[in-house]
Design a protein around this ligand. Sequence first.
Ligand SMILES: *[C@@H]1O[C@H](CO)[C@@H](O)[C@H](O)[C@H]1NC(C)=O
Ligand SMILES: *[C@@H]1O[C@H](CO)[C@@H](O)[C@H](O)[C@H]1NC(C)=O
Ligand SMILES: *[C@@H]1O[C@H](CO)[C@@H](O)[C@H](O)[C@H]1NC(C)=O
Ligand SMILES: *[C@@H]1O[C@H](CO)[C@@H](O)[C@H](O)[C@H]1NC(C)=O
Ligand SMILES: *[C@@H]1O[C@H](CO)[C@@H](O)[C@H](O)[C@H]1NC(C)=O
Ligand SMILES: *[C@@H]1O[C@H](CO)[C@@H](O)[C@H](O)[C@H]1NC(C)=O
Ligand SMILES: *[C@@H]1O[C@H](CO)[C@@H](O)[C@H](O)[C@H]1NC(C)=O
Ligand SMILES: *[C@@H]1O[C@H](CO)[C@@H](O)[C@H](O)[C@H]1NC(C)=O
Ligand SMILES: *[C@@H]1O[C@H](CO)[C@@H](O)[C@H](O)[C@H]1NC(C)=O
Length: 471
Amino acid sequence: MKVSITFLILGLSILLLEANPGIKVKITQKALDYGNQFGVELLKQKLKEKTFEDWNGDSTYGFFALKYAISKIRINNMEFPNTSLSLISGTGIKLLVENASAIATADWSVETWLLSKDSGSGAVFISGVNITAIVKVSQNEFGHLKLLLESCKGNVDDMDITLNQSYRWLYTYSTASLLCPQMNFVIQKINKDFSQYPVQTQIGNFAVIDYSLINSSTILETSINLDLKGTVYPVEEITEPHFKPTPFVLNENNSMFYIGISEYFLQSASLAYYTSGAFTISAEQEEMLSSYFNLTTDALESIIPTIAHIYAKPLPVIMNIRIIDTPVISLHDNKSILEFSASMEVLAKMPNPTTESMFTLNITTRTHADLFIFNRKLLTTLCLSSFHISLVHSNVGLFEASLLDNFLSYILRTGIIPAANFKLKDGFPLSVLDPVILMKPSIRMFEGFLLISSDIQSLRKRGTSQSPSKH
Ligand SMILES: *[C@@H]1O[C@H](CO)[C@@H](O)[C@H](O)[C@H]1NC(C)=O
Ligand SMILES: *[C@@H]1O[C@H](CO)[C@@H](O)[C@H](O)[C@H]1NC(C)=O
Ligand SMILES: *[C@@H]1O[C@H](CO)[C@@H](O)[C@H](O)[C@H]1NC(C)=O
Ligand SMILES: *[C@@H]1O[C@H](CO)[C@@H](O)[C@H](O)[C@H]1NC(C)=O
Ligand SMILES: *[C@@H]1O[C@H](CO)[C@@H](O)[C@H](O)[C@H]1NC(C)=O
Ligand SMILES: *[C@@H]1O[C@H](CO)[C@@H](O)[C@H](O)[C@H]1NC(C)=O
Ligand SMILES: *[C@@H]1O[C@H](CO)[C@@H](O)[C@H](O)[C@H]1NC(C)=O
Ligand SMILES: *[C@@H]1O[C@H](CO)[C@@H](O)[C@H](O)[C@H]1NC(C)=O
Ligand SMILES: *[C@@H]1O[C@H](CO)[C@@H](O)[C@H](O)[C@H]1NC(C)=O
């Protein structure tokens, strides 16, 4: 299954919160290797397309003071034979570029107080460019993710300049001295992007997800481990749920990345949806359900004989269903369970347009949920595994609620569960950020969390490179 989703990781920001995370994201060395390879391709493409600003400046060289201008700079070709991204435990990311080379063309002009103005055009061949940079992963005072160029060393081995040999020193000096500031410039730009991603995103009409990073995020030698708040709130009120996340650990490292979604996250979603009224069954829906089954009172007579006495002539049966508590989600090894409690009032529809309540049941329904990823969404379908009914109130005499088991089983299997699945069909958007392709994503269930693992591929390279996926 080749599925594209939008990538969660890019839009993260850090908030200073001391708690267990609701979502964990783990990015492995394998992802960095891919990022390195992809980054080099992207850089080459960007640099080729880039129009550089003109370099103007004043400089002194011995007793000479000069003004120089270099314009129409174009990079025609470049090679990065040896680049790598690696992790420094506790700090951040190390970027290594060795023996890079480039050919650029430009127009130049130089003016000194001794010599008259001189100008021309030519090419620069730069080789043996080395950069070693360590980027610290930290956070700013507003709590957004912040990268910091902790150290940077840039060297240029050789330059072959046909612009003008007399000013060779100038270009060599400029190039080497610009490597690290350029690097810093790029990092500032990334920080700006990070700080503009919202940490809270509304999904649909009912809920807001908090994706902010909490400060237990760690960088190990083999992986970046980001801990996200991972709480869903009802849109109308951002208040913390009364339950807390429990710690969990992502142990694997064969895929490029892992997203661990805790029971806490799903339960906060359930609470948010419940509180916002997302599970409210409308009058029309109830009517549809009742007319779908098209029951009449005589269908219940064999179970509850008094009904035959009360309603001599068969009357249409109406069912009013209410979800009466937050559905409970629990995750276990290889299975996930969703339990919901409903109240069902069964009424007779009188010839004059009134209704008479016959009886009310409490129904606790246990379903197992199948989860999968499709079309940038986390989707689930419910399947009935068991239910329990109890009689709350009756106007048709007392009876053993379990006598209604077959009746209820039929209603649940053919009416309510399919209706719930229809409501769930829109799924849970995994994110709204930069698109990537997930390569063979898998979802597995563990005690207390579900784990999505996948390799990724940028959409930019779709169809042009072979899959880096692993089964
Ligand atoms: C540097 O790149 C060349 C060409 O891609 C490769 O043959 C060589 O093994 C690399 N060296 C290191 C140290 O990665
Ligand atoms: C650097 O690259 C050049 C070609 O661009 C090559 O001739 C040279 O051997 C490389 N040096 C190292 C140390 O990899
Ligand atoms: C760049 O790195 C290569 C390989 O490590 C080395 O041979 C070369 O001398 C370095 N060049 C500079 C300018 O530091
Ligand atoms: C470079 O500039 C110097 C000083 O203006 C001039 O004498 C020389 O001819 C120029 N060389 C080239 C290759 O343009
Ligand atoms: C996390 O934040 C708390 C204050 O909220 C601070 O005491 C602690 O040192 C921080 N931990 C890290 C790893 O930054
Ligand atoms: C993967 O994880 C195992 C166990 O946690 C560890 O021994 C191994 O070194 C890790 N491999 C990589 C490539 O990180
Ligand atoms: C409901 O059933 C009755 C007979 O039992 C039938 O006459 C009626 O057309 C049915 N209504 C619907 C909407 O299926
Ligand atoms: C879960 O499924 C995996 C693979 O199908 C299996 O190896 C493992 O034993 C199962 N765990 C449990 C608790 O059933
Ligand atoms: C039915 O459910 C409601 C709400 O959860 C509860 O208060 C009530 O005690 C239940 N009644 C029976 C008979 O189970």
